[in-house]
Design a protein around this ligand. Structure first.
Ligand SMILES: NC(=O)c1ccc[n+]([C@@H]2O[C@H](COP(=O)([O-])OP(=O)(O)OC[C@H]3O[C@@H](n4cnc5c(N)ncnc54)[C@H](O)[C@@H]3O)[C@@H](O)[C@H]2O)c1
Length: 357
């Protein structure tokens, strides 16, 4: 396969390139694009990539990649993803995939039934710890899910927001709910399934930004479970945390930007006394950290089979819909049910529904 990278900034070099290198036996990086010509040239020279471009259309026409990694700021994702799909390339797009549900739907409308597809970087679904938990949940081994806690309590100082696209609705699509908590919420949904209703509050408490710098929400799931969610960039001791209380066990994950098996704990309920059963919960056959590499391997497997990748289409939309609903609830002061935000809703077109916080 021939791959290209668009946007040669931070995440492209730190996460996408190592992931592509780890798959060198089946994918070759043939081009990179950045509006900053020097940056594109330096990136290509540093990583032995044959062709640097400043124009996406030109790259698509000349380099003809099979897969494009979109690593640009959020406000250009939708148009770039669409251009790649229309040129016949599969896409792996950084989060958030689009600024709104409307943009997401317009961009994925360029997919075809048998590909190309556009997948979103929700890397925390792909570590062995999350896959193991999902298997246990699907098998009914942990019983019924009852309670969950989902924290993205991170710290970003004011200087972080000096990058022009950060902290604005029109370029980032939101604050920590959209930009940071999206990963933990995605893993929450991947574990518990469809959400039913959300009630939320958001505030701008300490940073000079146009969006929120903290949000809190209560989420009810279709299966009846209740979850509490916090998304913050104001938290000096940083943590990414998920806790699930099932009838048979509490499952906890504590990490920051990525987890390994050791970051998961399983605590049996008092009535669970079968030690072999508990040992099986705690035992995994591999230790694959959550990472862009784990996600890319899964995507390339899907490509080789001709299957839709997990985080594309509806699988990439569900977390965005929860975020849109969270913002709508916070800004209107009302509960929002899944499906409430239809094509006529202002929160379909913009994450803040055109309102000020
Ligand atoms: N998955 C994760 O864990 C994770 C972590 C950090 C960032 N991200 C996401 O990755 C994306 C990029 O973030 P970053 O921190 O690398 O940003 P960055 O500012 O470091 O890099 C973005 C690059 O895109 C280039 N660019 C801007 N507009 C362009 C255009 N129209 N065409 C081509 N190139 C263009 C810029 O010149 C820059 O080099 C964002 O969507 C961000 O939310 C994801």
């Amino acid at each position: 396969m021939r791959a290209a990278i668009v946007g040669t900034g931070g995440i492209a070099g730190i996460c996408h390139l190592p992931a592509l290198r780890a798959e060198a036996h089946r994918v070759r990086v043939v081009a990179a694009v950045d509006v900053d010509a020097e940056r594109a040239k330096d990136f290509c020279a540093a990583h032995d990539i044959p062709a640097a471009y400043t124009d996406l259309g030109e790259m698509l026409a000349e380099a003809r990649p099979d897969l494009v990694h979109v690593c640009t700021p959020p406000h250009v994702h939708a148009a770039q993803v669409r251009a790649c799909l229309e040129a016949g390339a599969w896409v792996l797009c950084e989060k958030p995939p689009a600024l709104s549900l409307a943009e997401y739907d317009a961009m994925t409308a360029a997919e075809r039934d048998d590909g190309p597809y556009a997948a979103v970087v929700y890397q925390h679904r792909f570590g062995s710890g999350a896959r193991h938990l999902r298997r246990l949940v699907t098998d009914g081994e942990l019983g019924r899910p009852l309670v969950a806690v989902c924290l993205t309590t991170w710290h970003r100082d004011q200087a972080y927001f000096n990058v022009p696209w950060r902290g604005r609705w029109d370029t980032e699509g939101g604050g920590p709910t959209m930009g940071h908590g999206i990963h933990q919420m995605d893993l929450l949904l991947a574990t518990l399934g469809d959400w039913a209703e959300v009630r939320a509050m958001a505030g701008r408490l300490a940073r000079d930004v146009a969006t929120e710098d903290v949000s809190v929400a209560s989420v009810r799931f279709e299966n009846g479970a209740l979850a509490s969610v916090v998304n913050s960039v104001l938290s000096p001791r940083e943590e990414s945390r998920l806790r699930f209380d099932f009838t048979e066990a509490t499952v906890e994950l504590s990490h920051l930007y990525g987890y390994a098996n050791a970051d998961w704990t399983y605590t049996p309920a008092p009535h669970v006394t079968d030690e072999a059963r508990v040992a099986a919960w705690r035992t995994q056959d591999q230790d694959l950290p959550s990472s862009h590499a784990a996600l890319l391997a899964d995507l390339l497997d899907a490509y080789e089979r001709g299957d839709r990748p997990q985080t594309s289409g509806a699988g990439g939309r569900q977390t965005l819909e929860l975020i849109a609903a969270l913002y709508k609830s916070a800004l209107t002061g009302r509960p929002v049910r899944r499906g409430d935000i239809d094509g006529t809703d202002p929160f379909y077109r913009e994450m803040n529904g055109g309102m000020d916080l």
